[in-house]
Design a binder for this molecule. Structure first.
Ligand code: SF4
Length: 318
C-alpha cells in the first residue's frame, strides 16, 4: 500500500518533485502496471518500494508493516519477499560470474539450505524456466537476451518472493524473446500466485499481462482502472494521447479512439511543475480552471475506474 507518497530530490537547480502525493494498493496475485512517459515518477515509486530511496512524505506499507526504510536496514524476510527484475539483464547480471554463481549468491544470502540443496533448487529453477541445465556453467555474456532475462527471473524466484517489481522487463528484448518472457511471467503468476508491479511505457505489454493500470504524469496519478476498461474506455486526455501512439490493430481499437490525440510538447520539468492540472501545457482540451486548480478524483463508470480531469468533474468524486 502506498499512501500519499511523495519523493523529492534536492538538486543544484532546485527540488525535483519526482513523486508528488500518490496513493494505491495491490491485491495478492495481481499484476498492477504503472505507466507513463519517462519523468512520470513510475520508476521512482518502484525504487521507494524497494528501499533504494526513502519517502520524503507519506507511507509505504507491506503486509501492514511500514517499509519506508532503506533496503540495507530491512529485515532479511522482507528483502526475500520483495524482489526486482531490472530492464537490462546485461547490466544487472555480473558478466564475470557464471549463472550458478549468480543463483547461488542469492540463495546463500537468504541461507537457503546446504550446498546440495541449493544445487537442486538451481536445477529445478532452470527446468521450470525452460533453461538448459548446462547454462548454469555459462556466463551471462554467452546467453541470448531472453535467456539472460530468464536468469534474472530465476535469481528473483530463487528465494520464493511474494511480490516482484518488473522494471521494463522486456524493453531490451527482441519480439520473440519478449513473447517468451511474457508467457513465462504469466505462468509463474498462475503457479506461484506472486504479485507483480509492472513498470513500463509499453502499452502492448500492459495489455498482455496486467489486471489493473495506473497512468502517471509528472509525479501524479491521472487515471486508474481495470486493464480492459482502460483500453476500451480511456478517459483522461493523457491516457488517450498515450494510446494514440499505439497503432490501431482492430476495428474495435479504432472505435475506442475515433480521434487520435497527437503527442504535443515535452513533459515539463518536475522542478517547477505547472500549477492546476499538470498536463494542461500539453492538453488539447485545457480550460481556464485547468491552469489554476488541481482536478479532483472522480469515479468514471466502474467503481474502480478513477480519473483526475476537470472534463469529468460532474461525476461522483472519490
Ligand atoms: Fe486537460 Fe484540463 Fe483534463 Fe487536465 S484537467 S487533462 S488540462 S481537460
Amino acid at each position: 500500500m502506498v499512501e500519499d507518497l511523495k519523493k523529492y530530490f534536492r538538486t543544484p537547480r532546485g527540488i525535483v518533485k519526482a513523486v508528488d502525493g500518490i496513493t494505491f494498493s495491490m491485491d495478492l496475485g495481481e499484476t498492477l502496471a504503472l505507466v507513463g512517459e519517462s519523468g512520470s515518477g513510475k520508476t521512482t515509486t518502484a525504487h521507494v518500494i524497494m528501499g533504494f530511496y526513502t519517502p520524503t512524505e507519506g507511507l509505504v506499507t507491506y503486509k501492514g508493516i511500514d517499509i519506508g526504510i532503506p533496503v540495507e536496514k530491512r529485515p532479511l524476510w522482507l528483502k526475500r519477499e520483495i524482489q526486482i527484475v531490472f530492464q537490462d539483464p546485461a547490466t544487472s547480471l555480473n558478466p564475470k560470474n557464471t549463472v550458478k554463481d549468480i543463483l547461488d549468491a542469492a540463495l546463500r544470502v537468504h541461507a537457503s539450505g546446504t550446498k546440495l540443496e541449493r544445487l537442486n533448487k538451481m536445477l529445478e529453477l532452470m527446468n521450470y524456466l525452460g533453461l538448459p541445465e548446462e547454462h548454469l556453467f555459462k556466463r551471462p555474456t554467452e546467453l541470448g537476451g531472453g535467456e539472460k532475462q530468464l536468469v534474472a527471473l530465476a535469481r528473483a524466484l530463487a528465494v520464493d518472493p511474494d511480490f516482484i517489481i518488473l522494471d521494463e522487463p522486456t524493453s531490451a528484448l527482441d519480439v520473440s524473446a519478449q513473447s517468451k518472457v511474457l508467457k513465462t511471467l504469466s505462468r509463474i503468476q498462475r503457479d506461484r500466485r506472486v504479485s507483480y508491479l509492472l513498470i513500463t511505457h509499453d502499452l502492448g505489454v500492459v495489455r498482455n499481462i496486467s489486471n489493473r493500470v495506473i497512468v502517471m504524469y509528472l509525479g501524479k496519478i491521472c487515471e486508474e482502472s481495470e486493464t480492459d476498461e482502460l483500453f476500451s474506455k480511456p478517459l483522461h486526455p493523457y491516457t488517450q494521447m498515450l494510446l494514440s501512439s499505439v497503432p490501431a490493430m482492430t476495428k474495435e481499437d479504432e472505435k475506442v479512439l475515433p480521434v487520435r490525440i497527437e503527442s504535443r510538447g515535452e513533459i515539463p520539468s518536475a522542478i517547477n511543475p505547472p500549477p492546476g492540472c499538470r498536463f494542461h501545457t500539453r492538453c488539447p482540451f485545457a480550460m481556464e480552471i485547468c491552469r489554476r486548480e488541481e482536478p479532483p478524483a472522480c469515479n468514471a463508470g466502474a467503481s474502480s475506474h478513477v480519473v483526475r480531469c476537470w472534463l469529468y468533474s460532474s461525476r461522483t468524486r472519490v
